[in-house]
Ligand binder design. Structure first.
Ligand SMILES: [Fe+2]
Length: 368
Protein backbone atom coordinates (compact mmCIF):
# COMPACT_ATOMS: atom_id res chain seq x y z
CA UNK A 1 0.00 0.00 0.00
CA UNK A 2 1.18 3.55 -0.70
CA UNK A 3 2.97 4.94 2.40
CA UNK A 4 0.61 7.93 2.65
CA UNK A 5 -2.46 5.74 2.54
CA UNK A 6 -0.95 3.36 5.06
CA UNK A 7 -0.26 6.22 7.47
CA UNK A 8 -3.87 7.40 7.18
CA UNK A 9 -5.12 3.88 7.82
CA UNK A 10 -2.96 3.69 10.95
CA UNK A 11 -4.46 6.98 12.11
CA UNK A 12 -8.05 5.82 11.91
CA UNK A 13 -7.61 2.44 13.59
CA UNK A 14 -10.53 1.74 15.89
CA UNK A 15 -12.52 4.81 14.82
CA UNK A 16 -15.89 3.00 14.89
CA UNK A 17 -15.19 0.88 17.97
CA UNK A 18 -18.20 2.46 19.69
CA UNK A 19 -20.44 0.76 17.09
CA UNK A 20 -18.88 -2.69 17.52
CA UNK A 21 -21.26 -5.60 18.04
CA UNK A 22 -19.99 -7.08 21.30
CA UNK A 23 -19.59 -10.82 21.76
CA UNK A 24 -21.84 -10.61 24.79
CA UNK A 25 -25.00 -9.94 22.73
CA UNK A 26 -24.56 -13.11 20.66
CA UNK A 27 -27.57 -15.36 20.82
CA UNK A 28 -28.32 -18.76 19.28
CA UNK A 29 -31.81 -20.13 18.64
CA UNK A 30 -31.08 -23.35 20.54
CA UNK A 31 -29.11 -22.31 23.53
CA UNK A 32 -27.02 -23.95 24.78
CA UNK A 33 -26.11 -26.72 22.37
CA UNK A 34 -23.29 -29.24 22.52
CA UNK A 35 -20.78 -26.86 20.95
CA UNK A 36 -21.62 -23.82 23.07
CA UNK A 37 -18.55 -24.30 25.25
CA UNK A 38 -16.50 -22.94 22.36
CA UNK A 39 -18.27 -19.59 22.68
CA UNK A 40 -16.19 -18.93 25.82
CA UNK A 41 -12.86 -19.23 23.98
CA UNK A 42 -10.99 -16.11 22.78
CA UNK A 43 -12.57 -16.28 19.31
CA UNK A 44 -15.93 -15.92 21.03
CA UNK A 45 -19.29 -17.01 19.62
CA UNK A 46 -18.64 -15.51 16.19
CA UNK A 47 -15.27 -17.22 15.85
CA UNK A 48 -17.11 -20.39 16.80
CA UNK A 49 -19.65 -19.65 14.05
CA UNK A 50 -16.84 -19.61 11.50
CA UNK A 51 -15.72 -23.06 12.70
CA UNK A 52 -19.29 -24.39 12.66
CA UNK A 53 -19.64 -23.29 9.07
CA UNK A 54 -16.24 -24.63 7.98
CA UNK A 55 -17.14 -28.03 9.44
CA UNK A 56 -20.51 -28.13 7.66
CA UNK A 57 -21.62 -29.96 4.57
CA UNK A 58 -22.69 -26.60 3.14
CA UNK A 59 -19.04 -25.55 3.09
CA UNK A 60 -17.96 -28.82 1.48
CA UNK A 61 -20.38 -28.21 -1.38
CA UNK A 62 -18.85 -24.80 -2.09
CA UNK A 63 -15.82 -25.88 -4.19
CA UNK A 64 -18.16 -27.15 -6.91
CA UNK A 65 -19.68 -23.72 -7.42
CA UNK A 66 -18.44 -21.10 -9.81
CA UNK A 67 -18.55 -17.45 -8.97
CA UNK A 68 -19.50 -15.59 -12.13
CA UNK A 69 -17.90 -17.20 -15.13
CA UNK A 70 -19.21 -20.35 -16.70
CA UNK A 71 -17.72 -23.55 -15.34
CA UNK A 72 -16.87 -24.41 -18.90
CA UNK A 73 -13.60 -22.82 -20.05
CA UNK A 74 -12.43 -22.04 -16.52
CA UNK A 75 -8.89 -22.74 -15.55
CA UNK A 76 -7.84 -23.37 -11.99
CA UNK A 77 -6.67 -19.81 -11.39
CA UNK A 78 -10.16 -18.45 -11.94
CA UNK A 79 -12.36 -17.34 -9.12
CA UNK A 80 -14.83 -19.86 -7.75
CA UNK A 81 -17.40 -19.49 -5.01
CA UNK A 82 -14.89 -21.06 -2.65
CA UNK A 83 -12.03 -18.68 -3.42
CA UNK A 84 -14.43 -15.73 -3.54
CA UNK A 85 -15.69 -16.49 -0.03
CA UNK A 86 -12.65 -17.85 1.74
CA UNK A 87 -9.80 -15.99 0.05
CA UNK A 88 -11.35 -12.63 -0.70
CA UNK A 89 -14.59 -11.63 0.98
CA UNK A 90 -13.83 -13.11 4.40
CA UNK A 91 -10.31 -11.65 4.76
CA UNK A 92 -11.50 -8.29 3.37
CA UNK A 93 -14.51 -8.07 5.70
CA UNK A 94 -12.34 -9.04 8.66
CA UNK A 95 -9.65 -6.51 7.69
CA UNK A 96 -12.18 -3.69 7.37
CA UNK A 97 -13.66 -4.62 10.75
CA UNK A 98 -10.20 -4.75 12.32
CA UNK A 99 -9.25 -1.34 10.98
CA UNK A 100 -12.54 0.23 12.06
CA UNK A 101 -12.65 -1.43 15.48
CA UNK A 102 -15.73 -3.55 14.72
CA UNK A 103 -16.18 -7.21 15.58
CA UNK A 104 -13.75 -8.88 13.19
CA UNK A 105 -14.89 -12.39 14.11
CA UNK A 106 -18.50 -11.55 13.23
CA UNK A 107 -17.46 -9.94 9.95
CA UNK A 108 -15.29 -12.97 9.14
CA UNK A 109 -17.81 -15.68 10.04
CA UNK A 110 -20.67 -14.08 8.16
CA UNK A 111 -18.45 -13.40 5.14
CA UNK A 112 -17.26 -17.01 5.00
CA UNK A 113 -20.85 -18.24 4.89
CA UNK A 114 -22.44 -15.39 2.93
CA UNK A 115 -22.85 -17.07 -0.47
CA UNK A 116 -25.36 -19.89 -0.51
CA UNK A 117 -26.06 -19.61 -4.19
CA UNK A 118 -27.77 -21.76 -6.75
CA UNK A 119 -25.59 -23.45 -9.39
CA UNK A 120 -24.10 -21.19 -12.08
CA UNK A 121 -23.75 -18.04 -10.03
CA UNK A 122 -25.90 -14.99 -10.74
CA UNK A 123 -27.42 -16.36 -13.98
CA UNK A 124 -28.36 -19.55 -12.12
CA UNK A 125 -29.98 -17.52 -9.36
CA UNK A 126 -32.03 -15.55 -11.88
CA UNK A 127 -33.02 -18.76 -13.64
CA UNK A 128 -34.06 -20.47 -10.42
CA UNK A 129 -36.04 -17.42 -9.34
CA UNK A 130 -37.92 -17.45 -12.67
CA UNK A 131 -38.70 -21.14 -12.22
CA UNK A 132 -39.94 -20.51 -8.69
CA UNK A 133 -42.24 -17.79 -10.00
CA UNK A 134 -43.53 -19.91 -12.82
CA UNK A 135 -44.05 -23.19 -11.01
CA UNK A 136 -44.30 -22.28 -7.33
CA UNK A 137 -47.05 -19.66 -7.17
CA UNK A 138 -44.93 -16.59 -7.67
CA UNK A 139 -42.21 -17.44 -5.18
CA UNK A 140 -38.74 -15.99 -5.68
CA UNK A 141 -35.25 -17.19 -4.94
CA UNK A 142 -32.66 -14.94 -3.31
CA UNK A 143 -29.42 -16.48 -2.14
CA UNK A 144 -29.13 -14.35 0.97
CA UNK A 145 -32.50 -15.63 2.21
CA UNK A 146 -31.70 -19.15 1.16
CA UNK A 147 -28.47 -18.98 3.17
CA UNK A 148 -30.39 -18.35 6.38
CA UNK A 149 -32.83 -21.19 5.63
CA UNK A 150 -29.96 -23.50 4.70
CA UNK A 151 -27.87 -22.92 7.83
CA UNK A 152 -30.81 -22.66 10.20
CA UNK A 153 -33.38 -25.19 8.99
CA UNK A 154 -31.56 -27.62 6.70
CA UNK A 155 -28.00 -27.89 8.02
CA UNK A 156 -29.06 -26.86 11.54
CA UNK A 157 -25.74 -25.21 12.36
CA UNK A 158 -27.35 -23.13 15.09
CA UNK A 159 -25.34 -20.05 14.09
CA UNK A 160 -25.78 -16.88 16.10
CA UNK A 161 -28.57 -14.51 15.17
CA UNK A 162 -25.95 -11.84 14.45
CA UNK A 163 -24.13 -13.97 11.88
CA UNK A 164 -27.41 -14.92 10.22
CA UNK A 165 -28.65 -11.34 10.11
CA UNK A 166 -25.40 -10.21 8.46
CA UNK A 167 -25.82 -12.94 5.83
CA UNK A 168 -29.47 -12.01 5.25
CA UNK A 169 -28.60 -8.38 4.61
CA UNK A 170 -25.34 -8.62 2.70
CA UNK A 171 -26.86 -8.02 -0.74
CA UNK A 172 -28.26 -4.59 0.00
CA UNK A 173 -27.64 -2.06 -2.75
CA UNK A 174 -24.37 -0.30 -3.18
CA UNK A 175 -24.03 3.44 -2.92
CA UNK A 176 -25.36 6.42 -1.09
CA UNK A 177 -28.63 4.77 -0.19
CA UNK A 178 -26.83 1.74 1.16
CA UNK A 179 -26.04 0.58 4.40
CA UNK A 180 -27.85 -2.46 5.59
CA UNK A 181 -29.25 -0.78 8.68
CA UNK A 182 -28.75 -3.84 10.84
CA UNK A 183 -25.24 -4.30 12.17
CA UNK A 184 -22.06 -2.45 11.09
CA UNK A 185 -20.36 -5.80 10.49
CA UNK A 186 -23.04 -6.58 7.87
CA UNK A 187 -21.91 -3.45 6.05
CA UNK A 188 -18.28 -4.53 6.04
CA UNK A 189 -19.45 -7.85 4.57
CA UNK A 190 -21.52 -6.06 1.94
CA UNK A 191 -18.63 -3.85 0.80
CA UNK A 192 -16.17 -6.74 0.91
CA UNK A 193 -18.51 -8.82 -1.25
CA UNK A 194 -18.99 -6.06 -3.81
CA UNK A 195 -15.33 -5.84 -4.74
CA UNK A 196 -15.60 -9.05 -6.77
CA UNK A 197 -15.23 -6.98 -9.96
CA UNK A 198 -11.47 -6.78 -9.39
CA UNK A 199 -10.82 -10.53 -9.66
CA UNK A 200 -13.58 -10.83 -12.26
CA UNK A 201 -11.89 -8.25 -14.48
CA UNK A 202 -8.67 -10.22 -14.34
CA UNK A 203 -10.48 -13.50 -15.08
CA UNK A 204 -12.51 -12.07 -17.96
CA UNK A 205 -9.55 -10.56 -19.73
CA UNK A 206 -7.47 -13.71 -19.31
CA UNK A 207 -10.23 -15.97 -20.53
CA UNK A 208 -9.69 -17.52 -23.94
CA UNK A 209 -12.18 -19.42 -26.02
CA UNK A 210 -10.85 -21.41 -28.96
CA UNK A 211 -7.51 -19.68 -28.56
CA UNK A 212 -9.09 -16.22 -28.83
CA UNK A 213 -9.35 -13.83 -25.90
CA UNK A 214 -12.94 -13.15 -24.87
CA UNK A 215 -12.20 -9.47 -24.18
CA UNK A 216 -9.21 -7.32 -25.11
CA UNK A 217 -7.80 -4.55 -22.93
CA UNK A 218 -7.37 -2.29 -25.97
CA UNK A 219 -11.19 -2.15 -26.24
CA UNK A 220 -11.50 -1.07 -22.61
CA UNK A 221 -8.97 1.71 -21.96
CA UNK A 222 -11.40 3.44 -19.58
CA UNK A 223 -11.79 0.32 -17.47
CA UNK A 224 -8.06 -0.27 -17.45
CA UNK A 225 -7.41 3.24 -16.23
CA UNK A 226 -9.98 2.93 -13.45
CA UNK A 227 -8.61 -0.42 -12.30
CA UNK A 228 -5.05 0.88 -12.36
CA UNK A 229 -6.09 3.81 -10.18
CA UNK A 230 -6.71 1.23 -7.45
CA UNK A 231 -3.47 -0.66 -8.15
CA UNK A 232 -1.45 -2.63 -10.67
CA UNK A 233 -2.51 -6.09 -9.51
CA UNK A 234 -5.73 -7.58 -8.17
CA UNK A 235 -4.20 -7.82 -4.69
CA UNK A 236 -3.15 -4.16 -4.74
CA UNK A 237 -6.58 -3.08 -6.01
CA UNK A 238 -8.32 -4.96 -3.23
CA UNK A 239 -6.00 -3.44 -0.63
CA UNK A 240 -6.66 0.07 -1.86
CA UNK A 241 -10.41 -0.59 -2.01
CA UNK A 242 -10.39 -1.80 1.61
CA UNK A 243 -8.41 1.26 2.65
CA UNK A 244 -10.74 3.64 0.82
CA UNK A 245 -13.87 2.06 2.34
CA UNK A 246 -12.35 2.49 5.79
CA UNK A 247 -11.24 6.09 5.20
CA UNK A 248 -14.68 7.12 3.98
CA UNK A 249 -16.31 5.25 6.84
CA UNK A 250 -14.19 7.18 9.32
CA UNK A 251 -15.34 10.47 7.77
CA UNK A 252 -18.98 9.34 7.70
CA UNK A 253 -18.95 7.99 11.26
CA UNK A 254 -20.45 4.70 10.04
CA UNK A 255 -19.50 2.00 7.57
CA UNK A 256 -20.08 3.79 4.30
CA UNK A 257 -18.61 3.95 0.79
CA UNK A 258 -20.60 6.05 -1.63
CA UNK A 259 -19.45 9.64 -2.03
CA UNK A 260 -15.65 9.61 -2.15
CA UNK A 261 -13.55 9.78 -5.32
CA UNK A 262 -12.74 6.09 -4.85
CA UNK A 263 -16.42 5.18 -4.52
CA UNK A 264 -17.21 7.11 -7.72
CA UNK A 265 -14.42 5.31 -9.56
CA UNK A 266 -15.55 1.95 -8.29
CA UNK A 267 -19.11 2.73 -9.38
CA UNK A 268 -17.77 3.42 -12.88
CA UNK A 269 -16.00 0.07 -12.87
CA UNK A 270 -19.24 -1.58 -11.80
CA UNK A 271 -21.23 0.13 -14.57
CA UNK A 272 -18.72 -0.66 -17.32
CA UNK A 273 -18.52 -4.29 -16.29
CA UNK A 274 -22.29 -4.60 -16.04
CA UNK A 275 -23.02 -3.00 -19.41
CA UNK A 276 -20.07 -4.11 -21.52
CA UNK A 277 -18.95 -7.37 -19.99
CA UNK A 278 -21.53 -9.26 -17.92
CA UNK A 279 -24.43 -8.39 -20.24
CA UNK A 280 -22.58 -9.57 -23.31
CA UNK A 281 -21.92 -13.01 -21.90
CA UNK A 282 -24.25 -15.76 -22.87
CA UNK A 283 -26.03 -17.01 -19.82
CA UNK A 284 -29.29 -18.37 -21.19
CA UNK A 285 -27.90 -21.92 -21.19
CA UNK A 286 -27.77 -21.88 -17.37
CA UNK A 287 -31.49 -21.10 -17.21
CA UNK A 288 -32.46 -23.75 -19.74
CA UNK A 289 -30.34 -26.35 -18.02
CA UNK A 290 -31.80 -25.63 -14.59
CA UNK A 291 -35.30 -25.71 -16.02
CA UNK A 292 -34.83 -29.24 -17.35
CA UNK A 293 -33.50 -30.41 -13.98
CA UNK A 294 -36.19 -28.53 -12.03
CA UNK A 295 -39.00 -30.15 -13.99
CA UNK A 296 -37.53 -33.58 -13.51
CA UNK A 297 -37.24 -32.95 -9.76
CA UNK A 298 -40.94 -32.00 -9.67
CA UNK A 299 -41.81 -35.28 -11.34
CA UNK A 300 -39.42 -37.55 -9.42
CA UNK A 301 -39.43 -35.95 -5.98
CA UNK A 302 -43.01 -34.82 -5.32
CA UNK A 303 -42.35 -34.48 -1.56
CA UNK A 304 -39.32 -32.22 -2.00
CA UNK A 305 -39.29 -28.48 -2.64
CA UNK A 306 -37.73 -28.30 -6.14
CA UNK A 307 -36.35 -24.80 -5.57
CA UNK A 308 -34.39 -25.98 -2.54
CA UNK A 309 -33.30 -29.17 -4.30
CA UNK A 310 -31.90 -27.26 -7.29
CA UNK A 311 -30.22 -24.71 -5.01
CA UNK A 312 -28.34 -27.54 -3.29
CA UNK A 313 -26.69 -28.71 -6.52
CA UNK A 314 -23.14 -27.85 -7.49
CA UNK A 315 -22.44 -26.75 -11.04
CA UNK A 316 -20.97 -30.18 -11.77
CA UNK A 317 -24.09 -31.87 -10.29
CA UNK A 318 -26.37 -29.82 -12.54
CA UNK A 319 -24.26 -30.59 -15.61
CA UNK A 320 -24.24 -34.30 -14.71
CA UNK A 321 -28.04 -34.34 -14.35
CA UNK A 322 -28.43 -32.54 -17.67
CA UNK A 323 -26.30 -35.20 -19.35
CA UNK A 324 -28.44 -37.93 -17.79
CA UNK A 325 -31.61 -36.25 -19.05
CA UNK A 326 -30.06 -35.92 -22.49
CA UNK A 327 -28.90 -39.54 -22.58
CA UNK A 328 -32.01 -41.19 -21.11
CA UNK A 329 -34.77 -38.70 -21.83
CA UNK A 330 -35.46 -38.42 -18.10
CA UNK A 331 -33.81 -38.55 -14.69
CA UNK A 332 -33.77 -41.62 -12.47
CA UNK A 333 -33.72 -41.63 -8.69
CA UNK A 334 -30.30 -43.30 -8.84
CA UNK A 335 -28.92 -40.28 -10.70
CA UNK A 336 -29.88 -38.04 -7.79
CA UNK A 337 -29.02 -40.57 -5.11
CA UNK A 338 -25.31 -40.48 -5.85
CA UNK A 339 -25.08 -36.69 -5.47
CA UNK A 340 -24.71 -34.71 -2.23
CA UNK A 341 -28.37 -33.82 -2.74
CA UNK A 342 -29.21 -37.52 -2.42
CA UNK A 343 -27.82 -37.50 1.12
CA UNK A 344 -29.97 -34.51 2.00
CA UNK A 345 -33.26 -35.89 0.68
CA UNK A 346 -34.32 -37.43 4.03
CA UNK A 347 -33.99 -33.96 5.61
CA UNK A 348 -35.94 -32.29 2.80
CA UNK A 349 -38.73 -34.78 2.28
CA UNK A 350 -42.18 -33.61 3.24
CA UNK A 351 -40.95 -30.22 4.45
CA UNK A 352 -41.70 -26.77 3.15
CA UNK A 353 -39.30 -23.89 3.61
CA UNK A 354 -40.19 -20.23 3.70
CA UNK A 355 -37.66 -18.81 1.27
CA UNK A 356 -39.40 -15.42 1.26
CA UNK A 357 -39.18 -14.67 4.98
CA UNK A 358 -36.60 -16.76 6.82
CA UNK A 359 -37.45 -16.72 10.50
CA UNK A 360 -35.11 -14.53 12.50
CA UNK A 361 -37.84 -13.31 14.85
CA UNK A 362 -36.17 -15.14 17.75
CA UNK A 363 -33.30 -12.60 17.82
CA UNK A 364 -32.74 -9.78 20.29
CA UNK A 365 -35.61 -7.30 20.04
CA UNK A 366 -33.34 -4.25 20.24
CA UNK A 367 -31.33 -5.26 17.19
CA UNK A 368 -34.21 -6.17 14.85
FE1 LIG B 1 -20.50 -12.98 -2.59
Amino acid sequence: MQPQLLARIRDIRGCLAHLRTPDEVAVRRDQPDEFSWRDELPGGPFGADADRYLASRAFRRLPGQMSVLSAVQMNSHFQTRLTHSIAQVAPAARTMAEILGLNANLAYASALAHDAKAPFGAPGERGLSKLAQEYMSGRTFKHERFGVVLYQDIERLNLTWQTLVCILNHSTGYGADNPTGVLPEADTLMYADKMYRFPDAKDMFERRIGGQPLFRWRDFPDLRELLDWFGATTAERIDRYIAEVCLESERAGRVFFGESEAAAKYREIKDIMRDRIYRTMHFSSAEALLKAVFREFMRLLPDVDPVVAVALLSDADALFLQRQIFANGRLRLDDIGQLALGELLPILSGRTFDLENPDLSWGPAAAK
